[in-house]
Design a protein around this ligand. Structure first.
Ligand code: G6P
Length: 372
């Protein structure tokens, strides 16, 4: 058992350390001459040309990967995307047909809710594509096309390295569809690929420079009973993922919100001492979004919140405003989630460990839920 963990204290610690490779291995063999070339999708150009919409179906962490990907597919492929929890999708007579591509995301490829959504979509004439981490699993076998994530086997119940691999595969798919439909210029694809190839090294840098500090910080917060997460744009699904991991691993009440919703409700929750993680978008990409999130920080801090900002290196504006700043390297606008999720995974794992809990096998949860 200890040998399987490769010297790490838990499978999750090992799997978080493998997040850089999960991205690199999922990219490998799918880029050629500055363009995206996914061998598994060869011969399917007509399928991608004929669709008029994409519906992503998934559960849990995989659904958050889908929410992140919505931004990329819409921006690069100019196809509208809806993201649906698989178990909600098939019980409400959705409007789908041959022009719909239903993309399922599942680490295990065996989640019953997701499988049933895929079967349902097929019966209704939709095209189906599976993003899956497990070769030969049931969901890919039921789909018209497959893009495997190459995160390697994930043992810890809560998903970590598979999440970054899912975003990677979905972004590749977005660029692929964009190329086929002529929605994205070749130099734009090349620029995104360059960003992509730098991601593994940047994740590694977070693990090397921030992990210990975040674990120490999680240790001090071991008595915390509630944590909120705020994010905007692609930071929003990452806020949801940060909250889910904390619930799963540390049994702490946690909620993620879109930062723009703050004034529409969640701000009522803020009382002195309330810890709030805030995912701060880079000011280089959008001064407007950055300013809006910084103003959210000011609003909650004025009400006594304890603000932990996840912000890009060099973002000087957040320093005086936050109680704690967790740094991520600079990255292209859509690539920030692949970095900002890493401190949140480390934090949830650290807090669980600080509470003496089993990070690999949280109570009541199963790695793969094969019943509806
Ligand atoms: C379970 C796991 C989660 C996972 C979800 C979806 O609930 O505990 O970590 O995100 O299933 O699993 P899948 O294998 O379909 O990605």
């Amino acid at each position: 058992d200890a040998a399987d963990k490769g010297g790490w204290s838990s499978f999750m610690a090992k799997e978080v350390s493998e997040e850089p490779e999960a991205v690199a291995n999922t990219l490998r063999g799918r880029i050629r001459d500055g363009a995206v070339a996914i061998p598994e999708l060869e011969g399917l150009d007509d399928l991608f040309r004929d669709i008029s919409r994409v519906i992503v179906v998934a559960c849990g962490t995989a659904a958050y990967a889908g929410m992140v990907a919505k931004y990329a597919v819409e921006q690069w492929a100019r196809v509208p995307v809806d993201v649906e929890l698989a178990h909600e999708f098939r019980y409400r007579d959705p409007v789908i047909g041959p022009d719909t591509l239903v993309v399922s995301i599942s680490q295990s490829g065996e989640t019953m809710d997701t499988l049933m959504a895929v079967k349902y979509a097929r019966e209704r004439g939709a095209k189906t594509l599976s993003i899956c981490n497990t070769q030969g699993a049931t969901i890919p076998r039921e789909s018209d096309a497959i893009v495997y994530t190459h995160a390697g086997p994930e043992v810890a119940v809560a998903s970590t390295k598979a999440f970054v691999a899912q975003i990677t595969a979905l972004y590749l798919l977005a660029l692929h569809i964009g190329q086929v439909r002529g929605a994205i210029a070749p130099d734009e694809v090349a620029a995104q690929i360059e960003e992509f190839e730098a991601v593994p090294g940047k994740i590694r840098r977070i693990l090397e420079t921030e992990q210990e500090r975040i674990e120490q910080f999680a240790y001090w917060m071991a008595d915390t009973r509630s944590v909120l997460f705020l994010g905007r744009h692609v930071g929003y699904p990452i806020a949801l993922e940060g909250a889910l991991k904390l619930k799963e691993l540390a049994y702490i009440h946690a909620e993620g919100f879109a930062a723009g919703e703050l004034k529409h409700g969640p701000i009522a929750l803020i009382e002195p001492g309330q810890p709030v993680f805030v995912l701060v978008p880079s000011p280089r990409h959008s001064a407007l979004l950055h300013a809006k999130v910084v103003s959210n920080i000011e609003e909650i801090r004025a009400r006594g919140a304890r603000v932990i900002a996840v912000a890009e290196e060099g973002d000087a504006a957040v320093l005086p405003k936050a109680d704690e700043v967790l740094r991520i390297p600079l990255a292209g606008p859509l690539f920030e989630p692949l970095l900002s999720v890493v401190p949140l995974h480390i934090f949830a794992m650290g807090l669980s460990t600080a509470k003496g809990l089993d990070v690999d096998q949280p109570r009541n949860l199963a790695k793969s839920v094969t019943v509806e």
